[in-house]
Design a protein around this ligand. Sequence first.
Ligand code: ADP
Length: 404
Amino acid sequence: MDKKLNNLILVLNCGSSSIKFAILNPDNEKKYLSGLVECLFLSETYIKWECLGIKYKKKIGSHIGHENALNFIIDQVLSEQQDILKNVIGIGHRVVHGGIKIKKSMLIDKNVIKNIQDAVSFAPLHNPVNLIGIKILIENYTSLSKKNVAVFDTSFYQKMPETSFLYAIPYNFYTKHGIRRYGAHGTSHQYVAHKISVILNKKFSSLNIITCHLGNGASISAICKGICVDTSMGLTPLEGLVMGTRSGDIDPSIIFFMNKQLNMSIDEIQMILTKKSGLLGLSGISSDFRYFEKNYNFKNNAKRSVDIFCHRLSKYIAAYTTLMENRLDALIFTGGIGENVPLIRELTLDRLSLLNFKINIELNFSTIGGRSGLISTCTSRPVFVIATDEELAIAKETINIIRK
Ligand code: ADP
């Protein structure tokens, strides 16, 4: 065991259908433990984890929810690693929505919990499960005096101008009810932005970039002079790009049509737009990008879904170039799809040739599996793949808050 093992942070990232966790040292970036629970609520819920170089995989059970999965992580994974656990000084919780009041990461207290609760309607799939994670970890580890910190996806977007964050609806919906664009995935966009500033040897405060986080959830951010000036996710993480099961942008009248003409309840419509749409809805088969990559040239449903995904993404990229004040330092792809699917990057950049984006086929195909690097030709605007690490970003933020 590492003799300098101290100041470790446990990170918990509770998603709607998965839970990611890790224990790491944010100073030297060494990861001691990392894991993932997949397929919550499905017929077979699995957990995979890696600790000190050894990999484990187990089936937890059937139709397992967040509470049972978290108890499994605590009882069967973390409790087996007391040497590591006793050096954990803080727990960083990813929280998707900070709501109207919370603008930055915070030590968790009753007031912070109330604010996360108040923002449930802005992130109905995420904030409730973030709260379950906070409650269970506080219950289990308070006696070990580990400090709990909430790191919000929405913090990165606090400086957006009102031209980007206001919707063209009566202004008092913003002033009275907080209806505005809040954004999400901020931790990942900010992390890759910092990485590219190092790669390009450019001060963060002078960086002009467009970042595409393409995972099960997908979003794009425009960052000008180091400040996020627009992003595709809105009041909730439902707006914007085509996602695994979320529709992204639609005409709001579709909701009225479903409700009035098809007699669907608001709850049913919400379920369809959040869980049955996106790639899953378009293909009728899957939300897993491996299916689309494999079948793009062979099956209509795969081609249709991928083409719509890239069409929407390239439209956003083109629009966001208008926010770059005449200089774009880099376009960045990240997230499970952004990092691993050359097809998406190629089809998207092909649509942007007028703006002088040109893919280097060889670099594109060799930059997969968590590798970062340039994927454009030498005459193109620079396009990079940067592997994201939300757990590391959350751990760094958590220790900063604890040290303050
Ligand atoms: P999230 O964090 O939003 O749950 P991820 O960033 O892990 O999502 O991305 C999940 C998506 O990435 C899924 O659609 C998955 O199929 C896709 N993906 C991950 N790895 C690969 C790969 N090697 N090849 C193709 N698709 C991949």
